[in-house]
Ligand binder design. Structure first.
Ligand code: SAM
Length: 282
């Protein structure tokens, strides 16, 4: 297949724009881009794989009476798959590295616990500061012996399953929950991709595990739900359990911490990454 596309850039005066739209509506079945410029002119752009079509369209536009300028150029066709893929670089967070399946054997994976995440719509490729803060906190708690293999965890708002998978790769067993059905599906796929056993993904929020307690509760959701769910979240944390909260901006930390103080929690340790914050009780 020819590796170029034809592009027509069309600049029409205010008076000519309507006629251009008429021609495009008749001939450019695959659509066009249109921008109103501050000058009153309109800029149109059409892409096509078919150079004969582009010539026909250019001819029709040139026959219009008004002020219509046309520029034709050939542009290299993008490999959209690889363009998209280049954004998913490995992210190192403590002992963990989060990476997409096509990088699972990359240099960064050596000597670390690789969490393989298929980038889909669910949140949690490791690139967001809050995911990195949570993984960093879990990594430190493991290193300090505050968390150990065999213990239980709850990953509330599991998204892609990234935090729960990290816990399972460290020998813990537990539950991830999410109110978004697509996230639940995605987290289950990622759990299988990482061959982790001991990770149960449930739809819903705190009610999905009501009555149970965990050695670690990690919740990377937003400040508002963290405050609204403070009583539930504190109840889900076992007597000596660790609690890691994120999804909040540093400027929201006082408010979130106050909601947990009202449930009897002592002051938290704060981890900060840019404008984002995590609160850790351990
Ligand atoms: N845990 C992943 C991470 O750290 O990258 C994803 C975090 S993402 C910021 C928040 C996730 O929490 C979303 O998937 C959202 O659907 C889910 N969520 C939001 N509010 C929730 C709630 N009240 N209960 C359970 N899940 C919730």
């Amino acid at each position: 297949m020819d590796n170029t596309l034809v592009r027509l850039d069309i600049l029409a005066s205010e008076e000519a724009a309507e006629d251009v739209v008429g021609v495009l509506a008749m001939l450019a079945e695959d659509g066009w881009e249109e921008d109103d410029l501050p000058t009153g002119e309109t800029r149109f752009r059409v892409h096509s794989e078919d150079s004969a079509f582009a010539e026909r369209l250019e001819g029709a536009l040139r026959s219009l009476p008004g002020d219509v300028q046309i520029e034709r150029s050939a542009i290299a066709r993008q490999d959209w798959t690889s363009t998209w893929r280049q954004f998913f670089t490995p992210v190192v967070c403590g002992d963990f590295v989060v990476l997409p399946p096509w990088l699972s054997h990359c240099e960064e994976a050596r000597g670390r616990k690789p969490i393989v995440i298929e980038p889909k719509s669910a949140f949690g490729t490791g690139h967001h500061a809050t995911t990195a803060l949570c993984l960093g906190a879990i990594s430190s708690l493991l290193e300090q012996g505050r968390l150990r293999a065999g213990q239980s965890f709850l990953d509330l708002g599991t998204g892609s399953g990234v935090l729960g998978i990290g816990c399972c790769l460290s020998g813990l067993r537990g539950v991830g929950t999410d109110i978004d059905a697509l996230a639940v599906e995605n987290a289950r796929e990622n759990a299988a991709l990482n061959h982790v056993s001991g990770l149960e993904i449930l739809p819903g929020s705190t009610e999905a595990v009501r009555g149970r307690t965990f050695d670690l509760v990690v919740a990377n959701i937003l400040a508002q739900p963290l405050m609204a769910l403070a009583a539930d979240i504190v109840a889900l944390r076992g007597e000596h359990g660790a609690l890691v909260l994120s999804g909040l901006l540093e400027i929201q930390a006082d408010g979130v911490e106050a909601a947990y103080a009202a449930q009897g929690m002592p002051p938290a340790r704060r981890l900060v990454n840019g404008e984002w914050c995590a609160l850790v009780w351990a």
